[in-house]
Design a protein around this ligand. Structure first.
Ligand code: NAD
Length: 497
């Protein structure tokens, strides 16, 4: 990889401390942890390793700032988000480079993430001024029912590494719009982009104490006491289902409000009447976006027996043409995986599937040299019940299975504890609607390999999560309804009987 100076400028400019009450400072314990470039394994920088003392100070700041922040007019809150959106786009190249350096994906994908994250800020800038309530006459006419919505209060936002800008933006945006203060715990692998995002929000006018950030290499001891602290009013988490379960159990103790965006195991169904060009294009997007490291990645590809060979052949041709390399190289289509642990996990998963009888149609051989690369891989003849069909693959590996009937594929698609997204390719409108209704997932991509959209409710059913981010209801996750019962003296006008 080219390690020329400009790549380091962007790292040098980012704050590397903890952010508490508007000030960046070293962690209370004085320790740091390393951030590395997954394309080379090289050390990029050290970041303050927050301790519980820092997290408590962050919650102190968030709690102290909450009443004043809630009193800031909605228009002002919206303007801060809108300004931050504009600043992100003005600095898209710096942000894209930062994402690529610490997370690995290609610069083109990182630019797309900056747009996606910025669009959440813009969406919630517009939602801030539309928080409404209702007023009605009680059922028996003796009272008036006033319903208002107010900020839930200080939030803890825990985010993953796979979209280090968009995931925090999808939480910070609605929290700011609703009038909540927050403590953000970014993923250990990617703390830099979150710090840079905080810098932009502060520059856009976010007051001290509203946004506090605690990067750490030991998440549980730092976040668990916060989750059990009665001053915290909301936990929003994006990450794996096992960690989500653990956090839900912790949150139960204080009956904390939670939003959970968890893992997925998306079926990608290609019916016999599908437009195969569109289906292959959609599979490339749904499988390879973010180097396959996405909760909404197509995990199980089901092609109807009549078209399976043709679909697979075209998919293999497309995937084999991709260039694997450092995300900073403009010629790169596919960057490295996040770290060696993820790469070994993926290689073991593929090797196990092949040993059980799957056929390798492309890839499956780990390249030599530095960086955590894994080639685009296509497997067919997947053994029934194989682990690759039950777990998140989280990498550029397509496992193609075949089916014969609609009933059979629906049963297989729904046979998972996950329920985040499904993809369906068919030209038959009736079948499209019928199958969409029966797919047990919070989102369905219909003849489309991409569902992420700030104007849509993003989230899952079953063990893929609780709550929705974005869309018309996204801000509700950060608001409490309050009902005021207003006594009414009987009217001097008598009711007709
Ligand atoms: P992860 O669950 O390991 O970590 C997510 C975050 O939780 C990180 O910040 C991590 O430091 C923190 N964490 C880990 N253990 C913790 C604990 N015991 N207490 C408190 N915090 C803890 O997930 P990951 O590997 O960072 O991200 C990949 C996962 O995220 C995948 O399962 C993916 O499907 C999921 N994801 C879901 C969505 C969605 O919207 N549904 C979006 C992106 C990623």
């Amino acid at each position: 990889m080219d390690t020329a100076q400009p790549q380091y400028d962007v790292i040098d400019q980012v704050e590397k401390g903890v952010l508490i009450d508007g000030k960046w400072r070293p962690g209370a314990g004085g320790a740091t942890f390393p951030v590395e470039n997954p394309a080379t394994g090289e050390h990029l920088c050290e970041v303050a390793d927050a301790t519980l003392k820092d997290a408590s100070a962050a919650l102190d700041a968030a709690s102290a700032a909450q009443p004043g922040w809630a009193a800031v007019p909605p228009r002002r809150r919206g303007e801060i988000l809108r300004r931050a959106h504009d600043l992100l786009l003005e600095r898209i190249e710096e942000f894209a480079l930062l994402i690529t350096l610490e997370m690995g994906k290609s610069l083109a994908e990182s630019r797309a993430e900056v747009h996606y994250g910025a669009n959440y800020l813009r969406w919630f800038a517009e939602e801030a001024v539309r928080i409404d309530g209702t007023w009605k006459v009680s059922e028996d006419g003796t009272a008036r029912v006033l319903v208002t919505r107010q900020p839930v209060g200080p939030c803890l936002l825990i985010t993953p590494w796979n979209a280090p800008l968009a995931m925090p933006a999808r939480k910070i945006g609605p929290a700011v719009a609703a009038g909540c203060t927050m403590v953000v715990k970014p993923a250990q692998q990617t703390p830099l982009t979150t710090a840079a995002l905080a810098g932009v929000l502060i520059e856009a006018g976010l007051p001290s104490g509203v946004l506090n950030i605690v990067p750490t290499s030991h998440a549980a001891p730092v976040t668990e006491p916060l989750i059990r602290d009665g001053r915290l009013r909301k936990l929003s988490f994006t990450g794996s289902t096992p960690v989500g379960r653990l956090l839900l159990a912790q949150a139960a103790e204080t009956v904390l409000r939670t939003s959970m965006e968890l893992g997925g195991n998306a079926p990608f169904i290609v019916c016999e009447d599908a437009d195969l060009d569109a289906a292959v294009e959609g599979a490339m997007t749904a499988k390879l976006r973010n180097v396959g490291e996405a909760c909404i990645a197509a995990n199980r590809l089901y092609a109807h027996a009549d078209v399976a060979e043709e679909f697979t052949r075209r998919l293999v041709a497309r995937m084999s043409r991709l260039t694997l390399g450092a995300g900073t190289d403009p010629a790169t289509d596919l960057g490295p995986l996040i770290d060696d642990r993820q790469r070994r996990r993926l290689a073991d998963l593929v090797d196990e599937t092949v040993a059980a009888g799957a056929q390798v149609r492309a890839g499956a051989r780990m390249p030599e040299g530095r960086g955590y690369f894994y080639p685009p891989t296509v497997l067919t003849d997947i053994p029934t019940g194989a682990r690759i069909t039950r777990e998140e693959i989280f990498g550029p590996v397509a496992a193609v299975q075949t089916f014969s009937t609609e009933e059979e594929v629906l049963r297989a698609a729904n046979d998972t504890e996950f329920g985040l997204v499904s993809y369906l390719y068919t030209r038959d409108l009736n079948r499209a609607l019928r199958m969409s209704e029966r797919l047990e997932s919070g989102m369905v991509g219909l003849n489309r390999g991409y569902v992420s959209d700030p104007s849509a409710p993003f989230g899952g059913m079953k063990q893929s999560g609780v709550g929705r981010e974005g869309g018309n209801t996204g801000i509700d996750e950060y608001l409490e309804q309050k009902y005021v019962a207003i006594d009414m003296a009987p009217s001097s006008v008598s009711a007709v009987s």
